[in-house]
Design a protein around this ligand. Structure first.
Ligand SMILES: Cc1cc2nc3c(=O)[nH]c(=O)nc-3n(C[C@H](O)[C@H](O)[C@H](O)COP(=O)(O)O)c2cc1C
Length: 206
């Protein structure tokens, strides 16, 4: 049976905009696990997002119990990526290389300096054959996480490290080309006092 349509008007537009404006990337998390029921609830925000042709092909892999092992494998993968890139004649042209080198250097100096997973207890992999449907779902989930008191971070470098490791993808049972977003989740250990500055929207009206 179809679910009753909730009354969207109960959410004031100004409240929704405030939620969007106050969302920040969280890079500091409490070392506290996230309840599975809460994670299941925030995934609902992905489930109800639009999908091209109503394909509804977005799937999720929630990594929490196994996170330390998966993170260690991802760190090894990042190291291999950097070594391979450094050896390439095009190394200087790669804009990401310097950042990845810096992430690794900091980790080597102090193993607690985690600029890849930022101490987040949960890694959420958003999987889809569609390069649009996956990120759309991820954006909705990120906002829902914020509304639920959780912090989130899109982590492109963690995504690359996972997707580029054949062994890790095999172990996780994922197709690397379908990894559309890697979201870190957890209880934030940081508070922002004001909304971030943003450039004015570039809009043409016709
Ligand atoms: C696709 C994507 C990938 C990102 N990858 C990383 C990352 O690897 N590491 C990181 O610290 N932040 C990452 N970010 C977060 C951005 O740096 C952040 O959104 C931006 O600086 C604006 O800050 P705010 O989200 O707090 O408003 C990523 C964001 C997006 C959308």
């Amino acid at each position: 049976m179809a679910q009753e349509q909730p009354d969207a008007a109960r959410i004031e537009a100004a409240d929704f905009l405030q939620l969007v404006r106050s969302r920040r990337s969280i890079r500091k998390y409490k070392p506290r696990p996230v309840e599975e029921a809460l994670l299941a609830e925030i995934l609902e925000a992905g489930r109800y997002m639009a999908t091209g042709g109503n394909a509804q092909s977005v799937r999720y892999l929630v990594i929490q119990k196994e996170a330390p092992r998966i993170q260690a494998a991802a760190w090894e993968s990042l190291r291999r990526i950097v070594e391979t890139m450094q050896a390439s004649p095009d190394a200087s042209k790669n804009g990401y290389l310097a950042t990845m080198q810096r992430i690794l250097r900091r980790r080597d100096k102090d193993p607690r300096d985690d600029r890849l997973f930022f101490g987040a207890p949960v890694i959420l992999l958003v999987l889809s054959p569609s390069v649009t449907d996956g990120p759309l779902a991820a954006a909705s989930i990120e906002l829902m996480a914020h509304a639920s008191g959780l912090g989130a971070l899109y982590c492109g470098f963690a995504q690359i490290a996972i997707a580029r490791s054949e062994a890790l993808c095999r172990e996780l049972g994922i197709v690397p080309e379908q990894l559309q977003a890697c979201l870190l989740l957890g209880y934030p250990d940081v508070k922002f006092l004001r909304t971030p500055p943003r450039r004015a929207a570039q809009v043409r009206w016709m």
